[in-house]
Design a protein around this ligand. Structure first.
Ligand code: GBH
Length: 499
């Protein structure tokens, strides 16, 4: 082996992060990006303020207050529409590099149409972005965190292919208006979560369309094309001038085989393909398109149901190429892990049933006191990052969400342990598995409207008193813990928050 070649390989490995000489698992690189996140419907309030249009979550909770565990909805939420300066003050105190927030489409376009602009809505985000930049914080903007204009839903929302054109118009307005200052864009937050608005039989996710195994795949198909449109639009018309990055934020639990049987290992892989590959494979894989495993299973099931075509729509060759590679980084949201075995469950038909998996959890895993689903499994995050690294061409990853819920205590020791253990696993994925993670974003800066759980489930590093119309915010112990980590880039040993 010529030694110059070996040296070159080593250099490449080091540069790519596959080896960090001297790296320890409690220290992040100097250029690592720390941030905190929120989403428009969950924090803004002002649901009809100053010309904002109605969103699908407004409609759902107004028609079905019983869909909320505590009767709370996004009408006022944390009132960040009026209190955004307070939020920025806290973010600055926390010492973040970036604030990940989303833009409410109906706030700036009441019907979703680009010929109908609501200037006060435009101004609100200009003010927020300028306030952030004045305080040295980079805006990281999600275009769509689930609040579709109701007007577009009346046309079928994500199940109507025309949505792709409307989304492109929306993206153009965002680049035109904010792209001089916003350098980090995500098209969508968690497609896996919001396609359930077209499938769940309890109707709890807006717009409460119950068409499992059909509506969710249709929505998937169109959001993937819409994502690619927004990406290409940036590439062709804005990138040279604005020099930003565009991507998508995907979420999944890590799925661990229940046993090490061949069957369970295959089932866990299927779970990853159905939860993550469905969205990631078309964009991040070498071949593009839906995962072959999904294509086969859904096509076969569709045939067996006597259908003339698959419930999973088909991309043309050109479309596969158009979508493939439309990313500058991968946004990853992680909260928890499940154990997986093979079996049929869910409505017939449904994505759940198509996947042929049954999930469970290990009773020994710690549970969030306020959540039905959040089990604390830090090693799942490392496995997930490394699996993505190996299966999707070692993308640059930003952890766009990670966090823990409770009932809102200020002495939130469990939240500190959660952050600590998960950040440690991120470092292991980087240092020991060579994954290219460049940022970590805590969910969430504030206790906020946790969708159907209202304020019974709180994720904030700041407490929000929702009985007080002034919505005062109070930093919790975890706020000071994160502040310390963000400042020193070192994971502190303490779990009591060092003030
Ligand atoms: C993310 O969703 C969201 O991006 C964010 O808005 C949210 O506040 C945050 O995480 C915390 O939840 O009730 O048993 O049917 C996380 C993914 C998907 C987790 C739906 C809860 C419902 C489980 N979520 N899931 S269940």
């Amino acid at each position: 082996m010529p030694s110059s070649r070996l040296r070159l390989l080593l250099l490449v490995a080091v540069v790519r992060g596959a080896m960090r000489p001297g790296a320890v698992n409690n220290r992040f690189p100097d250029d690592f990006l720390f941030g905190a996140a929120s989403a428009s419907y969950q924090v803004e309030g002002g649901w009809d303020a100053d010309g904002k249009g109605e969103g699908i979550w407004d409609r759902m909770f107004h028609e079905h207050p019983e869909f909320s565990r505590d009767g709370q909805n996004g009408d006022v939420a944390d009132d960040s529409y009026h209190l955004y300066k307070e939020d920025v003050k806290l973010l600055k105190e926390l010492g973040v590099n970036h604030y990940r927030f989303s833009i409410s489409w109906p706030r700036i376009m009441p019907t979703g149409e680009a010929n109908n602009i609501n200037q006060p809505g435009i101004d609100y985000y200009n003010n927020l972005i300028n306030e952030l930049l004045d305080n040295g914080i980079q805006p990281m903007v999600t275009m769509y965190h689930w609040d579709l204009p109701q007007w577009l839903q009346d046309l079928g929302g994500w199940t109507n292919p025309i949505i792709v054109d409307y989304f492109e118009d929306y993206a153009r307005v965002l680049y035109e208006t904010y792209g001089d200052r916003v350098k980090w864009w995500s098209t969508f937050n968690e497609p896996k979560s919001f396609i359930m608005g077209y499938s769940r039989d309890d109707g709890l996710i807006a717009p409460s369309i119950k068409k499992p195994g059909v509506g969710d795949y249709l929505a998937t198909h169109h959001l993937l094309i819409a994502h690619a449109r927004a990406y290409h639009l940036y590439d062709e018309q804005y990138r040279a001038k604005q020099q930003g990055k565009v991507s998508i934020a995907l979420n999944t639990d890590w799925h661990e085989p229940l046993t090490n049987s061949t069957e369970d290992i295959a089932a866990a892989d299927r779970a990853m393909q159905f939860d993550f590959g469905l969205f990631a494979h078309p964009i991040f894989s070498t071949e593009g398109d839906y995962p072959p495993l999904l294509r086969e299973r859904i096509d076969n099931n569709s045939k067996a149901e006597g259908r003339t075509r698959s419930r999973l729509p088909v991309f043309s060759k050109e479309m596969v190429e158009y979508i493939r590679g439309t990313y500058d980084f991968l946004g990853l949201n992680y909260y928890s892990t499940t154990l997986v075995t093979s079996g049929l469950t869910g409505d017939n038909p449904s994505r759940e049933r198509d996947s042929g998996i049954i999930e469970s959890v290990d009773p020994s895993w710690p549970t969030s006191p306020s959540s039905t689903w959040l089990k604390v499994v830090p090693w799942g995050l490392r496995k997930l990052i490394t699996w993505i690294h190996q299966n999707y061409n070692a993308p640059t990853i930003v952890i766009t969400e990670n966090g823990y819920s409770d009932h809102g205590t200020l002495e939130d020791t469990e939240r500190i342990s959660y952050y600590k253990s998960h950040m440690t696993e991120v470092l292991k994925a980087m240092n020991e598995d060579g994954a290219h993670v460049i940022g970590y974003t805590a969910w969430s800066i504030l206790d906020n409207l946790e969708w159907n759980s209202g304020y019974t489930e709180r994720f904030g590093v700041c407490y929000v008193n929702i009985s007080d119309p002034a919505r005062p915010r109070t930093p919790k112990a975890s706020f000071y813990y994160l502040k310390n980590v963000f400042q020193t880039h070192e994971i502190q040993d303490t779990t009591d928050g060092s003030r």
